[in-house]
Structures are given as C-alpha cells and as structure tokens.
Write a protein that binds this ligand. Structure first.
Ligand code: GAR
Length: 215
C-alpha cells in the first residue's frame, strides 16, 4: 500500500477526488497526512471528515523558504511517505523537499503544459484565446510546472468562456486524471526516463477528451 502525503492550499476538491478513489478501493494507498499552508483551507474539513491527520504550517513563521520545506520534508519522512501529492498547493516547491523526493512529487496543473505554467492557468488560456486547454499531471522538478508529464486531458475553450466557466470544465477532468496518475504510480507502472514518463502496460490513450458538447 502506497503511503501518500498531500499538500494543499485551498478548497481541496482534488484531495477529495483522491480520497474517494482510495475509499472505493481503486487506489491501493493511504493518505498519511494533509499539510496545508493556509488555516482557512477547506481541505482541512475534508481531512477531518475522513479521519486523515492534518497539519497547518505557516510559511511566515519560518526563517526562510528552505526552512519551511525542511519542516515539510521532516513531517513527511516521519510518516514514511512514499509519494507527495500537490493538490492545489499554490507554492513553488524548494530544494529540501525536492531532493528528498526525486520524481516522487506529483502536481496537477490546470492547463496543457508547457502552455500557461504558473498561477491562473485557466485565465491565461482564456486571455490568450486558445481553442483547446485542459490539465496536466506531472512530476515536480526545480522549475515551475516543467517536470515530466504523466497524463493530460483536453477540453474545448468556447468563445464566451470566462475564467470561471473554463475552470469548472477543466476541474471535472482534473478529478479523473489526478487519481488515475496516482493509481498508476501505486501499481508501479510509471517509469521516468529523462524528461519522459513511460506508462507500463497501459491500454488507454494517455490523453483524455471531454465531449465538445459539454459546457
Ligand atoms: C485546481 O484547479 C488545480 O489544478 C490548481 O488549483 C486548483 C485547486 O483546486 N492548481 C494550480 O493552479 C497549481 N499551480 P482544489 O483545491 O479544489 O483541488
């Protein structure tokens, strides 16, 4: 059983999707801890409801970003976490954590990387005027949303879309591909080769599309 640590900053709907897949028996894993950088994060309520231990760490109470990530690293290691999942964690992960979990930190990003990295990926897509956007699950490296890509999913961008409407459409697929990537990891089916991820014995296409009629 894969020991998972989750980092989140807010609503936690992706965290919930992962909890649901574990509880349904589709991911052979256990969430050992939720760590949040925001005491108001709704993810905390979800952790309480599902009896998952949680920890709030205030980044401002640490002398440096490195010290903040050293603390996160130590908390994860203390619980023998094997995979770290960034579920709407709105910070750039720094070296102490990266070095402790090479190719063992996964992130969900609300755009088709390498387009629109960083914050507000959905707004960037709307503002740019692309016709297709989506979401990406990738391993985290030292760059901003640059690590090896595991799964992507695509959605249409409609001419009257707003950041909100596009975000909602993308989120539905985030909730599918993030748990799927974690399931594959838990089954030992992800192999990182350079900047590419090989998915072993994978029958499905490594990209998903919504029905273009779906608004
Ligand atoms: C999700 O859309 C996720 O892709 C995005 O934040 C949202 C969190 O929602 N993450 C990023 O933008 C990371 N840079 P959630 O808290 O309901 O899972």
């Amino acid at each position: 059983m894969l020991r998972i640590g989750v980092l989140a900053s807010g609503r936690g709907s992706n965290f919930q999707a992962i909890i649901d897949e574990i509880e349904a028996g589709r991911i052979n894993g256990k969430i050992e801890i939720l760590i949040v950088d925001n005491p108001e994060a709704f993810a905390i309520e979800r952790a309480k409801k599902h009896h998952i231990p949680f920890l709030y760490l205030n980044p401002k109470s640490f002398p440096s970003k490195e010290a903040f990530y050293e603390k996160i690293r130590d908390e994860l290691i203390a619980r023998s976490v094997e995979l770290v999942v960034l579920a709407g964690f709105m910070r750039i992960v720094k070296k102490p954590l990266l070095d402790a979990f090479p190719n063992r930190i996964m992130n969900i990003h609300p755009a088709l990387l390498p387009s629109f990295p960083g914050l507000h990926g959905q707004k960037q897509a709307v503002d740019y005027g692309v016709r297709i956007s989506g979401c990406t699950v990738h391993f985290v490296d030292e760059g901003v949303d640059t690590g090896p890509i595991i799964i992507q999913a695509a959605v249409p961008v409609h001419p009257d879309d707003t950041e909100e409407s596009l975000s909602k459409r993308i989120l539905q697929l985030e909730h599918k591909i993030f748990p799927e990537a974690i399931r594959l990891y838990a089954e030992g089916k992800l192999k990182v080769e350079g900047r590419k991820v090989k998915i072993l014995d994978y029958k499905l296409p490594q990209i998903y599309f919504t029905n273009p009629e779906i608004r």
